[in-house]
Design a protein around this ligand. Structure first.
Ligand SMILES: [Zn+2]
Length: 437
């Protein structure tokens, strides 16, 4: 039986499924395969010839070794997903499109649950505050991030912030979740944070939102004023820019926009060109910034790098260094409890290691260490998903073996062949056999 090619397999396995569900499942698997392609580009960008295998960036080893002797291929019964269980992952949401999507999806669910608990039980609302600052092409990203963090810290320590958004503040806020993001455009790096502030309904005494969704009120102006002051203090803005900064470096949106932000968090649209929110914030910038300037996410840079754009590759490396060790999301103390979530947020690498949460999971079969080497050295992880997600069947080792036989006939890619370190991480991972390059 042949399941190598989607078109062949479709006729064999379509069975009773409607063409529509098969197509949407196939589209989801295509998107996932594209993330594996981007992951491969990230691996080749982050790989450093001068470093030993174990010193390489963790993303270089993601999905390239097993926790045990074999890995199990599972698929969703509705054809929308497939994954290999038992592989080591990097858990780096900044640099790995595969782990990034999984972590973001997990966080999105938590945020949705938290939002539901807060708005249902406490008659509360959430505000979406976006903070940024003027930036120009050529600005050093790491240096910007350091100052940006200082500005945020000093803003949170300000009397204005405490009076309005603090624990006993007028907004009735239970706390905030802060998401750090960055895009790149004609004016260089554009770091920004989105803060979801869980507060009391009408806590900022705002009126109806403007056409673009922005809220305004005296309290919002006070918070904005405090933010501008902090930017001046840390040197992220100059006095001459104040009116521009006032207009563009800070905005507040209401519950609907907050819910929209959560709904999009971790969705594929975020991996492509910038989201609506980012575009809104992209109008911020140094004098001369063109409104509507194209801003792209780091994973879009990867896409370009994969197509031979070396500058995009260099930018991605700069970004990976600058965000190393930073958190994707930060919860203010005690907030998770108020939102009825587990007290501790699971670390990113633990989330990346979780089995995928499929609606109805079917076990297709298993592969061994040598099979993984064949798959990875030929760049076929995405292809495996694209084949067995939409077109696979439960308990079908035979098809998997056939597919492996086909994979062996495919050419090895010149770069990025598998070198599995003898030990990945002494604390969590089993030793794995070393494979030839
Ligand atoms: Zn990864």
């Amino acid at each position: 039986m042949q399941v190598n090619l989607g078109t062949n397999a479709k006729s064999i396995h379509a069975g009773g499924k409607s063409a529509r569900s098969l197509d949407s499942g196939a589209a989801a698997c295509d998107a996932k395969a594209a993330r594996f392609r981007l992951q491969r580009t990230a691996q080749s960008i982050l790989f450093r010839k001068d470093l030993a295998p174990l010193q390489q960036h963790r993303t270089c080893w993601c999905h390239r070794s097993m926790r045990g002797e074999s890995a199990t291929l599972y698929r969703a019964a509705d054809g929308s997903n497939a994954y290999l269980s038992g592989l080591n992952t990097c858990g780096n949401g900044w640099t790995c499109p595969v782990c990034g999507a999984k972590i973001a999806e997990h966080r999105r669910r938590e945020l949705s649950e938290g939002m539901a608990a807060w708005t249902n039980a406490e008659n509360g609302t959430a505000y979406l505050i976006t903070l940024t600052f003027p930036h120009a092409a050529g600005d050093d990203l790491a240096a910007m991030l350091e100052r940006f963090a200082k500005a945020r810290q000093s803003w949170k320590n300000s009397r204005t912030y405490k009076r309005i958004l603090g624990p006993d503040g007028t907004a009735g806020a239970a706390g905030a979740v802060t998401a750090m993001e960055v895009t790149h455009g004609a004016n260089g790096w554009h770091p920004h944070v989105h803060m979801l502030v869980f507060a009391g309904r009408g806590g900022l005494a705002e009126g109806e939102p403007a056409v673009n969704g922005d809220l305004s009120s005296p309290a919002i102006d006070e918070l904005r004023g405090a933010w501008v002051k902090c930017l001046l203090k840390v040197g992220l803005a100059e006095q001459a820019q104040v009116s521009d900064v006032w207009a563009h470096s800070f905005n507040v949106r209401g519950g609907e926009k907050a819910a929209e932000y959560i709904a999009k968090y971790g969705r594929d649209s975020r991996w492509g060109a910038s989201s609506e929110l980012t575009r809104a914030a992209s109008k911020v910038g140094a004098a001369g910034t063109v409104a509507g300037e194209l801003h792209v996410t780091p994973f879009q840079l990867l896409e370009w790098a994969g197509n031979g754009d070396t500058r995009a590759g260099a930018l991605f490396r700069e970004y990976a260094d600058a965000f190393h060790g930073k958190r994707l999301l930060t919860w203010s103390p005690g907030l998770r409890k108020r939102l009825k979530l587990s007290a501790e947020e699971a670390p990113d690498d633990a989330v990346a290691d979780l089995d995928e949460d499929l609606p109805e999971r079917e076990r297709v079969g298993h592969i061994g260490v040598e099979d993984l080497q064949v798959i990875v050295s030929r760049g076929l992880l995405g292809e495996l998903i694209r084949t067995f997600g939409p077109y696979g069947r439960a308990n079908d080792q035979e098809s998997l073996d056939d597919w492996m036989a086909w994979a062996r006939t495919m050419p090895k890619l010149g770069r990025g062949s598998v070198i599995v370190p003898r030990t990945w991480d002494k604390n969590r991972r089993r030793d794995v056999a070393e494979l030839a390059a």
